[in-house]
Design a protein around this ligand. Structure first.
Ligand code: HEC
Length: 172
């Protein structure tokens, strides 16, 4: 009787060991088919990744207002260095290549005293609220086709938020 129990235990242990080693083997050497299941067709001339001109880049912009709360005025001031060759930011500052920026946020578009705006900007209408600034500064020439502001725009959402927050500080 005792011998049977011992034998039984040994057989069970061997069986378990065999099962474990098979499982471990499968985990370490999973089998993959030699060929990919799906062939990816590459068109002649290669794949071109292009943002379609039809996509409205302004419609898909994230809402700027919530971003302003945590935006960095310090970084905004740094970014304005890219604008400073054409725009003054001080109170009573003069127009340079571009109109003076003092009080720009919520100012009527095209309203800096004595600045000769392009017909496109003069006719665009509305105020420079934060949403409008966000769109214009993303791609000036795309937002206001025909503007004479010769600047490519700022791609990073956070950078525009920082800059716009700093621009809002340019007022009484
Ligand atoms: C190369 C010169 C140049 C640079 C650099 C430039 N701007 Fe301008 N900006 C202009 C000109 C010129 C206009 C007038 C555009 C028009 O009349 O179409 C303008 C117009 C504007 C307006 C509209 C002002 C109004 O009174 O309606 C805003 C806002 C503005 N710029 C912000 C910026 C900011 C912010 C930057 C930096 C990220 C910047 N610009 C960089 C030349 C420049």
């Amino acid at each position: 009787m005792e011998t049977n129990k011992i034998l039984g235990a040994i057989i069970l242990a061997l069986l378990l060991a065999a099962v474990f080693s098979k499982v471990a083997d499968m985990a370490i050497h999973p089998e993959f088919p030699d060929e990919l299941a799906y062939k990816i067709e590459v068109p002649e001339g290669g794949v071109t990744t292009s943002i379609s001109e039809d996509v409205d880049i302004f419609a898909v912009l994230p809402d700027i207002t919530p971003m302003l709360a945590s935006a960095s005025v310090e970084n905004g001031e740094k970014i304005f260095k890219k604008c400073a060759s054409c725009h003054t930011h001080v109170k009573g500052g003069e127009n340079k290549t571009g109109p003076a920026m003092w009080g720009i946020v919520n100012r009527e578009k095209g309203s800096a005293e004595g600045f000769a705006y392009s017909g496109a900007l003069a006719a665009f209408g509305g105020d420079w609220n934060v949403e409008e600034l966000n769109k214009f500064l993303l791609k000036p020439k795309k937002y206001i086709a025909g503007t004479k502001m010769n600047y490519n725009g700022i791609k990073k959402d956070q950078d525009r938020a920082d800059l716009i927050k700093w621009l809002s500080s340019l007022s009484n």
